[in-house]
Design a protein around this ligand. Structure first.
Ligand SMILES: [Zn+2]
Length: 138
């Protein structure tokens, strides 16, 4: 398991911009409801979060600071709990140049062999995906 994780490239810069769209994307990626996020940030419920996400209210510096703290705590926990499975032995230091993607069927995260892959190597996933894809074609 990696002791240290460093981000390079543009992915990190995108994280710095806080707007409604980013807020919603970040929240959805963690399966948090607007209510849960609101409460975690010290607000009463979902309304304020929904208004920020929809762009009806501006993001205040106070909110941005609270969100930043919560985001850092959450992501620090995510990094601690991170698990990497690999089919190959990993060197002590490695750079990943491909973007992780979710399998279209099981929704697990992968770095696929080919950039155009949409499903993992699991037979069930492949079969389900093929069945759906064939249906669309007909
Ligand atoms: Zn899958």
């Amino acid at each position: 398991m990696p002791a240290e994780l460093t981000f390079t490239g543009s992915a990190k810069k995108a994280d710095i911009m806080l707007n409604g769209t980013y807020l919603k994307k970040w929240r959805k990626a963690r399966h948090l409801s607007a209510r849960e996020l609101g409460i975690a940030l010290g607000y009463r419920g979902r309304e304020y979060i929904k208004k920020l996400e929809g762009g009806y209210f501006p993001i205040t510096p106070r909110f941005a600071a609270r969100f930043e703290t919560f985001k850092n705590q959450t992501q620090a926990r995510e990094y601690r709990e991170r698990k990497i499975e690999t089919q190959y032995p990993l060197p002590p230091r490695i750079k990943i140049l491909a973007r992780p993607k979710r399998c279209a069927i099981c929704r697990e995260w992968f770095i696929f062999r080919n950039a155009s892959d949409r499903v993992c190597t699991n037979r069930k996933c492949r079969r389900t995906y093929r069945a759906r894809h064939d249906q669309v074609k007909r």
